[in-house]
Design a protein around this ligand. Structure first.
Ligand code: ADP
Ligand code: MG
Length: 564
C-alpha cells in the first residue's frame, strides 16, 4: 500500500481508543466537562454497565447553539487558546478530544443551554457523524446521553469485564470526584438504584461520611483544608487514625489541583508516614489534596489524564510524608511495636540475626507454599509464649517457635473446609443485628457477591441508603470481625470466578476467626492449639502459604553454643 494521510474519521477512531477505554472513561470525561463548566449539581444515570446508556446532567454554563457542533470536533476546546496556555492548565479538560472520541464509538445526544440563551439546542452524533441538530427548550446546563457504547467496536466490548466490575469502576470514579469537589452535589443511579448522593455542602468530611460511613468520618484527622498562599506545594485533606485502617489501598485518594491521580509514589509517601502506627498488611484511609503551582506539575502526560508528572518527585514525596507524619505524631505517641513483628520469618530472612539459623541449610524444611510432601509434626510440648504472639515448644528434635495466628488459621481453614464439604458452613443468627455501612463501590459488589456471602452465613438486609443489617454471620466469627471481613471481601472481589471466590471466603473466614498476634494465651489454650495443629493435613503453612513455625534443631542449638 502507498503511504497516505489517514482520513479524519479513521484518525478519530484510532485516537478514541486512548481516551475511551471503557464505560468508566466516558463517565470520567463527561463529569470533568460538567465540573469545568462550573456545575454545582451533577446527576449520573448508568444502565447496562454503561454499554446501554450513560447519562450525565449538569447545571453548568452550557454550550451556545452556535458551538454545539464544534464541541464534537477533534481538538476543539474552549479551555486553552494558545501553546503557552498548556503551561498553566487549571481546568480538568484541555485536549478537546473527549466528545469527539466518545461520539466516534457510540451515539451521543447532547442538549445544552447557557442561562442567557432563550432556547437550548439538541444535537445527535452517531459513530462520528452528526445525524440531527435542532433548537429545543430545556433548562440551563447540559445533558449528555451516550448510547450503544462500543456497539461498532466489537473488540472493545469483548474486552470489558463483568457488569459488576464495570459498574464498580464507574461508582469508584464518581466517588473520587465527589471527594475532590465537596461543594458539588453528586447523584449517581446505577440500573435504577441510587448508588451515591453527596450533599454538596463544601465540607469534605460530609463526603467522607457519605462514602465511607460515619465511623470512618469521625476518625479522620484534619490535614488542613485551605492551601497555603504563596507556597508552591501545599497538602490538605483528611487522614484516618490507625483504628480505621483497612486491608487494601482502596481507601487512599490523591488529587493534584483537584485532579484525581493514581500514583504509587504518593501512596508510598503516606504509607511511609504511617510506619510504626499500622500493623502488617493494613493501609490507612486518606484523602489527600496536593496544591501545586503550575510549574511544579505537568498534566499533559497521557490522553486519559490520570497520570501527572511532577517537576520534583522528592519534594512532593517529602511534603506529603511530612504533613501526614507530623499530624500523626502530634496526635499519638509512636507505639512500641514495629511492623516487622507481623511477618516474622520474612524479616528473619531479610536481616540475619545473630543466631543465624535462618541461613542454615536446614531452614529448607520451612515451606513457603503449600507442600504436600511436608512431613507431619513431631509431638510437641508447650513451654511458653513469646511476645504474646509465638508459642515456644520443644520436641525430641529441638525447639519450635509457632506463630499462633498462622497456626490457628491453618486449623480453622481445614475445619471450615470439612464443614463446607459436609453440611455447609455453620451460621449463627444475631439477636441484635449489626448495621454495616458500605461505600458505593462495595454496594455494587454486593449485588453479585451478596448471594455467595449469604451461602456462607452473611445474611444482609437493606436498611436505608447504603446501610445494611447483618442478621446472621458464620458461626466461627465474632460480630466485629464479621463486618470487617465483609468489607474486605466486597473491596476485592471484582472479576473472580465463583470457585476462587468461595475459596477466598473460606481463607478469609479462617483468618478472621483465628487468634490474633498479640493475644495472651493460657498454657491450656496453647496446648490445645498445638494439639489441633498436629492433626491438620498441612501443619507447616498457613492458608496464605506462609510458614506457621520455625524449627531450631538440637544440632543447630549445639552448634550455636559452640558445643560441636
Ligand atoms: P475539552 O474538555 O478537553 O475542552 P471536550 O471534547 O471534552 O474537550 O469538550 C469540548 C468542549 O465542549 C469543551 O471545551 C466545552 O467548551 C464544551 N463542553 C463539553 N461539555 C460541556 C458541558 N457539560 N458544559 C459546558 N460545556 C461543555
Ligand atoms: Mg473534556
Amino acid at each position: 500500500m502507498p503511504i497516505r494521510t489517514l482520513a479524519p474519521e479513521v484518525v478519530c477512531r484510532i485516537a478514541a481508543g486512548e481516551v475511551v477505554e471503557r464505560p468508566a472513561s466516558v463517565v470520567k470525561e463527561l463529569v470533568e466537562n460538567s465540573l469545568d463548566a462550573g456545575a454545582t449539581q451533577i446527576i449520573l444515570e448508568v444502565v447496562g454497565a454503561g454499554t446501554q446508556s450513560i447519562r450525565v446532567v449538569d447545571n453548568g454554563s452550557g454550550i451556545s447553539p452556535a458551538e454545539v457542533e464544534l464541541a464534537f470536533q477533534r481538538h476543539a476546546t474552549s479551555k486553552i487558546a494558545c501553546e503557552a496556555d498548556i503551561e498553566s492548565i487549571r481546568t480538568l479538560g484541555f485536549r478537546g478530544e473527549a466528545l469527539a472520541s466518545i461520539a466516534a464509538v457510540s451515539q451521543v445526544d447532547l442538549i445544552s443551554r447557557p442561562a442567557a440563551e432563550i432556547a437550548g439546542s439538541f444535537i445527535r452524533v452517531s459513530n462520528g457523524r452528526v445525524v440531527e441538530k435542532r433548537s429545543r427548550g430545556c433548562s440551563p446546563g447540559t445533558a449528555v446521553t451516550v448510547r450503544r457504547l462500543f456497539a461498532n467496536v466489537p473488540a472493545r466490548l469483548k474486552f470489558l469485564r463483568s457488569p459488576a466490575t464495570e459498574n464498580s469502576r464507574m461508582a469508584n470514579l464518581v466517588s473520587q470526584y465527589a471527594l475532590a469537589f465537596p461543594e458539588v452535589r453528586f447523584n449517581m443511579v446505577i440500573d435504577g438504584h441510587l448508588n451515591l448522593r453527596t450533599p454538596g455542602s463544601g465540607n469534605l468530611k460530609d463526603v467522607v461520611a457519605e462514602l465511607y460511613g460515619l465511623d470512618i468520618a469521625n476518625a479522620m484527622l484534619d490535614l488542613g483544608q485551605e492551601p497555603h498562599k504563596g507556597e508552591s506545594i501545599s497538602v490538605t485533606g483528611y487522614i484516618g487514625t490507625a483504628g480505621v485502617a483497612r486491608a487494601s489501598r482502596g481507601y487512599m485518594s490523591f488529587f493534584v489541583n483537584r485532579r484525581w491521580v493514581q500514583s504509587r509514589m504518593l501512596s508510598y509517601a503516606v504509607e511511609e508516614a504511617y510506619r510504626g502506627f499500622l500493623m502488617g498488611d493494613r493501609y490507612p484511609v486518606a484523602v489527600v489534596n496536593l496544591w501545586l503551582t503550575s510549574d511544579e506539575v505537568d498534566v499533559n502526560v497521557h490522553p486519559a489524564k490520570t497520570e501527572v508528572r511532577f517537576r520534583n518527585d522528592r519534594a512532593i514525596f517529602g511534603a506529603v510524608q511530612k504533613a501526614v507524619r507530623t499530624l500523626l505524631v502530634g496526635q499519638a505517641p509512636i507505639p512500641e511495636f514495629r511492623p516487622a513483628s507481623s511477618a516474622p520469618t520474612l524479616s528473619l530472612r531479610a536481616e540475619p540475626t545473630k543466631i543465624g539459623f535462618q541461613q542454615a541449610p536446614s531452614s529448607a524444611p520451612i515451606p513457603l507454599a503449600m507442600d504436600l510432601q511436608t512431613p507431619k509434626l513431631p509431638i510437641l510440648r508447650v513451654l511458653g509464649q513469646v511476645g504474646n504472639s509465638y508459642v515456644v515448644a520443644e520436641a525430641p528434635d529441638g525447639m519450635y517457635l509457632i506463630d499462633q495466628h498462622a497456626a490457628h488459621e491453618r486449623i480453622q481453614l481445614e475445619k471450615l473446609e470439612r464443614q463446607r464439604q459436609a453440611q455447609g458452613i455453620e451460621t449463627q443468627g444475631l439477636l441484635e443485628p449489626l448495621t454495616v455501612e458500605l461505600t458505593p463501590q462495595q454496594e455494587e459488589s454486593m449485588r453479585t457477591l451478596g448471594p455467595v456471602l449469604a451461602d456462607y452465613g452473611f445474611k444482609l438486609e437493606p436498611f436505608g441508603p447504603r446501610s445494611y443489617l447483618l442478621r446472621s454471620i458464620p458461626a466461627v466469627l465474632k460480630g466485629e470481625s464479621a463486618t470487617e471481613m465483609l468489607r474486605e471481601m466486597l473491596n476485592g472481589s471484582g472479576g473472580k470466578s465463583l470457585e476462587d471466590l468461595k475459596r477466598e471466603i473460606v481463607v478469609s473466614l479462617a483468618c478472621h476467626s483465628a487468634v490474633k498476634a498479640g493475644q495472651a494465651l493460657s498454657p491450656p489454650e496453647m496446648s490445645e492449639l498445638v494439639r489441633q495443629l498436629e492433626i491438620t493435613a498441612l501443619p507447616r503453612t498457613c492458608p496464605h502459604g506462609r510458614p506457621t513455625m520455625i524449627h531450631l534443631s538440637s544440632r543447630e542449638l549445639e552448634k550455636e553454643f559452640g558445643r560441636r
